[in-house]
Design a binder for this molecule. Structure first.
Ligand SMILES: Cc1cc2nc3c(=O)[nH]c(=O)nc-3n(C[C@H](O)[C@H](O)[C@H](O)COP(=O)(O)O)c2cc1C
Length: 221
């Protein structure tokens, strides 16, 4: 392939990488099923830990699409809310007698308290789609890392499609929740979970701002 083609591909890729942002306010219109299909396809193309899950005869990655206003999402929303409150309570209890944790976890604790106050878990019911990706737990237990690769592919694809994307990391905490897993039709505790919200963004965000490569890189002799 000639150098020009590689250059063109990299211009497009660099633009998508820079434009990938966390969108947290969504317009009400639904992206098409085809767009969601393409985002899921990008997730399927992500790497996976073959040695950890490769022996399975059943495919180890599954995708679940919740639409805003659907019965399934209406059933899931209160379960995620309860989980956020449980996390807030456990963290507050843990921080009481642990100054180290208090210092480290203050931002998360504030965030969870804010969620309790507004009664809404951002990304769960606040966008046209809430997507959950699950991966069978294997050994070594690298599901969360594997799902992160999957999510990044989906995020970049959503960006390329002009859609907003928000990671919903509390989804991981739903992996052992029997009621949430029943909605998905999976066995509780057997799968790792991650989720994201997708829709048209209300806001146009500037490209990512990061430090220069030179400031954060050390070339070793
Ligand atoms: C492991 C991980 C978990 C995250 N969880 C959430 C989340 O639950 N909700 C959210 O809105 N953003 C979440 N984010 C997004 C980050 O807050 C965001 O990527 C960061 O602030 C940089 O902003 P940018 O994505 O616009 O570049 C998460 C990111 C990572 C890497």
């Amino acid at each position: 392939m000639c150098t020009d083609v590689f250059e063109q591909r990299n211009v497009a890729l660099d633009q998508i990488l820079a434009e990938r942002r966390s969108h947290r306010v969504f317009r009400p219109e639904y992206p098409s099923e085809y767009e969601i299909h393409r985002i899921i396809h990008a997730g399927l193309l992500a790497p996976f830990a073959a040695a950890a899950v490769g022996t399975s005869t059943d495919y180890f990655r599954r995708f679940f699409v919740f639409r805003r206003g659907s019965k399934s999402l209406d059933a899931a929303i209160p379960l995620v809310k309860v989980q956020a409150e449980r996390m807030a309570d456990e963290l507050a209890e843990g921080m009481k007698n642990n100054p180290g944790l208090r210092q480290k976890a203050m931002m998360l604790a504030n965030r969870l308290e804010q969620i309790r106050k507004i009664g809404v878990v951002p990304g769960v019911g606040t966008a046209p789609f809430f997507l959950v990706v699950t991966e069978k737990r294997g050994f070594p237990p690298v599901g969360p890392q594997s799902l992160a690769h999957c999510m990044e592919n989906m995020w970049l694809k959503a960006t390329a499609l002009g859609l907003g994307f928000q990671l919903v990391s509390i989804t991981a905490q739903m992996a052992d929740d029997p009621a949430f897993c029943t909605i998905l039709g999976i066995e509780p505790g057997a799968w790792d979970l991650m989720g994201c919200a997708v829709g048209y963004s209300e806001d146009e965000l500037s490209p990512s701002i990061r430090p220069p490569v030179e400031d954060v890189t050390r070339w070793l002799d």
